[in-house]
Design a protein around this ligand. Structure first.
Ligand code: PGA
Length: 245
């Protein structure tokens, strides 16, 4: 059976002391959390503290990065700024709130693919796009920035319908399957079988302990990008427990 990855996107929910307190609870529940494939994405300012306090071998990521690697870019952080395992690119909150274009996202993706950091590239349609029946077209447009070759690099694509993020509304399994199939077909047309082995597909949007079991029935899902439910230790622990059952 494949090992499902849980990516905990803490967004800007937890400050430094809350992040440390969460990690201390993880440490004291070692048996449950070790051997799980978990990546935690603290706020950039909390990454160092989280890494210093963590006593388990969980991965740590950045929630976003700059489109430059280093230099005179006041206020920016890149994958060169701190040692992380993975980095989220193109999250819908970056696209919609900070107006990030496909062009900027493409630059970020290239920066990350040229580093040792694994990208989680987010795609997904808005409610208006879904209601206009152009969801697949939107995904293909977002996927159009992918490079032609992966050159042995890992890539995670997270399908996160914007209308499901933070709303409590989760698409049906059939709908998720349709969107992930569309994504996978596009990837297959672009990449070799060897490259396809290095690609994982995630689902994100209102994932919780109550719905993860049903979502796991979608066979194309390799992992989940989890926002608010990952910021409450008890809720996150319940999600992890579902994987252990
Ligand atoms: P949510 O967020 O789980 O709070 O819906 C998911 C995400 O934004 O990655």
């Amino acid at each position: 059976m494949k090992k499902i990855v849980l990516a905990a996107n803490w967004k800007m929910y937890l400050n430094e002391s809350e992040s440390i307190s969460f990690i201390e609870k993880v440490n004291s529940d070692k048996v449950l959390f070790e051997n799980q494939d978990i990546v935690i994405f603290p706020s950039h300012t909390c990454i160092r503290s989280v890494k210093d306090h963590l006593n388990l071998n969980l991965k740590i990521g950045m929630q976003d990065c700059d489109l430059n690697l280093k230099g005179a870019f006041t206020g920016a952080s890149s994958v060169h700024s701190i040692d992380v395992d993975t980095c989220i690119i193109g999250h819908s909150e970056r696209r919609n709130i900070y107006h990030e274009s496909n062009d900027n996202i493409s630059k970020k993706l290239n920066i990350v693919l040229n580093s040792d950091v694994e990208p989680i590239f987010c795609i997904g349609e808005t409610v208006d796009e879904k209601n206009s029946s152009i969801s697949e077209k939107v995904l293909l447009d977002q996927l159009s920035i992918l490079p032609n070759k992966l050159q042995g690099k890992n890539l995670i694509i997270a399908y996160e319908p914007v209308w499901a993020i933070g709303s409590g509304e989760v698409p049906s399994n059939d709908y998720i399957h349709k969107m992930l199939s569309c994504t996978k077909n596009r990837l297959k047309s672009l990449y070799s079988d060897a490259d396809m082995q290095n690609i994982k597909l995630f689902y994100g949007g209102s994932v919780s302990a109550d719905n993860i079991n049903e979502l796991l029935e979608v066979d194309l899902i390799d992992g989940f990008l989890i926002g608010s439910a990952s910021t409450d230790f008890d809720k996150f622990k319940n999600i992890v427990k579902q994987l252990k059952l």
